[in-house]
Design a protein around this ligand. Structure first.
Ligand SMILES: *Cc1c(COP(=O)(O)O)cnc(C)c1O
Length: 423
């Protein structure tokens, strides 16, 4: 099956659901066991099945399987938000005394989580520039548990040399996780390029209409192979006292996401609601069509801005002037670079003025909505970062970020043109 077919058909047979063509919403907390032996088998993993919606749910299950198929993955677990997916990915491998290596060009929330919040659990976030991979290599040690970066970082909007980072992770036998939120599996499949794990905020392009928060972790076949007999991941190779001595690596299963479900959803509890999983299933159906339209529209708008006299620079990996152009052509499907672009004006005041003056673009801190969005990161999403951190994340004070939606491209260009006349 190819992507467009998977997105509407995979893992669902209407005949098993009273013929319902739309995936039903199983709005339930718990599930009746056939008998006590059935219940015991489920808890012992002798049989797989539904126990309690914090751990699994039939609607969420279809969402997980479908999304996993789009990423060419081996297993997946959905979470209440992208942030939960990222935290569980870190928590699944690192404990007090360990460190994780995170790209400086990442979502603001990921950076604050890695720099500050997990520090309180004794986990050190170390940071590297995706354009200076010596910084990555030099910080790896025996306590490094994961390398993490974004395919198209939000809001820096570049494309890393994915194969080089894969090579470094493999040489050191460290799990590599890619946040693929902005590229989506339609434009890039990091697992096919050698990453071990992919995470998403499905709140963005997957949902596509800004109607539900959600996240997902997908693992490739390589994750379990890398974990097996690897001293970095001793807790997967030794009996788990919290699960009656289960040794994850004894199982021929996608054990990274299995442990995220059995240990982390069990104990931290950030499970998605069945209704949100259903909304994300609806969104996924049109994902391929939307990503194509949005990418084409964003390129046209980027070209318009590049030619505008008041615009100092435009950053869009689909533009030949972008330093990421080569990587975008190499790693993104047909060089299509999704819907995020940014441009720089000569001051913070000018940027704020333009962001306030558009009539179609909404001033919102979100991306991936069907409605186009304009943001001034320095005063919103990245406000908690210091001047140095802002610079490292590629956020200039005059920077404006756009998330292109599904409106007519000509209307969007006219809206920007009018707003730029006001500064
Ligand atoms: C929004 C976003 C997140 C966080 O996801 P939530 O669903 O908002 O928790 C993580 N990574 C990227 C790239 C994002 O854009």
């Amino acid at each position: 099956m190819l992507d467009k077919t998977k997105a509407v058909r995979f893992a669902y047979n209407p005949n098993e659901h009273l013929g319902a063509m739309s995936v039903p919403i199983y709005q339930t907390t718990a599930y009746e066991f056939r008998d006590s032996e059935h219940a015991a088998n489920l808890f012992e993993l002798k049989e797989l099945g539904n126990i309690y919606t914090r751990l699994n749910n039939p609607t969420t299950d279809i969402f997980e399987k479908r999304f996993c198929a789009l990423e060419n993955g081996y297993g997946a677990v959905a979470t209440a938000s992208g942030t939960a997916a990222i935290f569980y990915t870190f928590a699944n491998v690192a404990q007090s005394g360990d460190n994780i290596l995170v790209a400086k060009q990442c979502y603001g929330g990921t950076l604050t989580m890695a720099a500050h919040t997990i520090k309180r659990f004794g986990i050190e976030g170390r940071f590297f520039d995706i354009f200076n991979l010596d910084e990555l290599v030099s910080q790896i040690d025996e306590k490094t548990k994961i390398i993490f970066f974004e395919t198209i970082p939000n809001p820096a909007i570049e494309v890393a040399d994915i194969e080089k980072i894969v090579q470094i992770a493999n040489e050191h036998n460290i799990l590599l996780c890619v946040d693929n939120t902005v590229a989506t599996p339609i434009l890039c499949k990091p697992l096919d390029l050698g990453a071990d794990i992919v995470v998403h905020s499905t709140s963005k392009y997957c949902n596509g209409q800004g109607s539900a928060i959600g996240g997902i972790i997908v693992e490739g076949k390589s994750a379990a192979a890398k974990i097996k007999d690897n001293s970095r991941y001793a807790h997967f190779n030794e009996p788990d006292p919290s699960y009656h001595g289960l040794v994850y690596t004894d199982l021929d299963m996608p054990i990274f996401t299995l442990r995220a479900r059995l240990a982390l959803l069990r104990d931290f509890g950030g499970a998605p609601s069945p209704f949100n999983s259903w909304l994300n299933i609806q969104g996924m159906e049109t994902l391929a069509l939307r990503m194509e339209h949005i990418s084409n529209s964003a390129l046209e708008i980027a070209k318009f801005l590049e030619a505008h006299p008041k615009v100092l620079s435009v950053n869009y990996p689909g533009l030949e002037s972008s330093k990421s152009y080569k990587n975008a052509q190499k790693y993104l499907k047909d060089g299509k670079a999704s819907g995020l672009l940014s441009f720089v004006l000569d001051s913070k005041t000018a940027a704020q003025k333009v962001a306030e003056s558009t009539k179609i673009f909404s001033l919102v801190v979100n991306i991936g909505d069907s409605k186009s969005i304009i943001t001034h990161p320095a005063s919103t999403t990245h406000q908690q970062l210091s001047k140095e951190e802002l610079e490292a994340a590629g956020v200039d004070e005059g920077l404006i970020r756009l998330s292109i939606g599904l409106e007519d491209t000509q209307d969007l260009i006219a809206d920007l043109k009018d707003a730029l006349e006001k500064v």
